[in-house]
Design a protein around this ligand. Structure first.
Ligand code: FEO
Length: 172
């Protein structure tokens, strides 16, 4: 059985993951509207990943005999002044998500919920990657944003990113 505090915090995190997905979907739309389809694809995959992060928690709550409570998803930004502004927000947001995951981990330790510690380890690792990817993309775009040919080449590269469903990991 899942401890009540843990259950509430994971439910809140499902909402945070879905909100992240909604934010990235909005960013994907912005890139499409600004003729950067590869960036739009990268953000669309980011949206899919966030929803799978949320769904992984959704399944976990049920696995532990708990109750999932879905809350409204708050509105997200729809306009940015540049790709750099979007990626700055992306990095800042991922840093915030990392702190939320760490707070979940603190609770799991506090109540000695070893199953949740194990479950949350996946997210701790994932956040290291999420921050690294956002940071790398931000610094690349900062370097080349005024160079149209370089932006075009990067856009092509970003069009190859494919979605990996997080709910398919740790299934056994
Ligand atoms: Fe679900 Fe981008 O962390």
């Amino acid at each position: 059985m899942l401890n009540e505090k843990m259950q509430k915090q994971i439910n809140d995190q499902i909402n945070a993951e879905f909100w992240s997905g909604y934010l990235y979907l909005s960013m994907s739309a912005w890139f499409t509207q600004h003729n950067l389809p590869g960036f739009a694809n990268w953000m669309y995959v980011q949206y899919q990943e966030e929803f799978s992060h949320g769904m992984k928690m959704f399944r976990y709550i049920h696995e532990r005999g708990g109750d999932v409570t879905l809350k409204p998803i708050a509105k997200v930004d729809t306009n940015w002044k540049s790709p750099v502004a979007i990626l700055e927000q992306t990095l800042k947001h991922e840093q915030k998500v990392t702190s939320l995951i760490h707070a979940l981990m603190d609770t799991a330790h506090e109540i000695r919920d070893y199953a949740s510690i194990n479950f949350l380890n996946w997210y701790v690792d994932e956040q290291v990657e999420e921050e690294a990817h956002a940071e790398e993309l931000l610094s690349t775009v900062k370097m080349i944003e005024k160079d149209q040919a370089a932006m075009y080449a990067l856009d092509k590269e970003l069009s190859t990113r494919v979605f990996v469903d997080a709910t398919l990991n740790n299934e056994d």
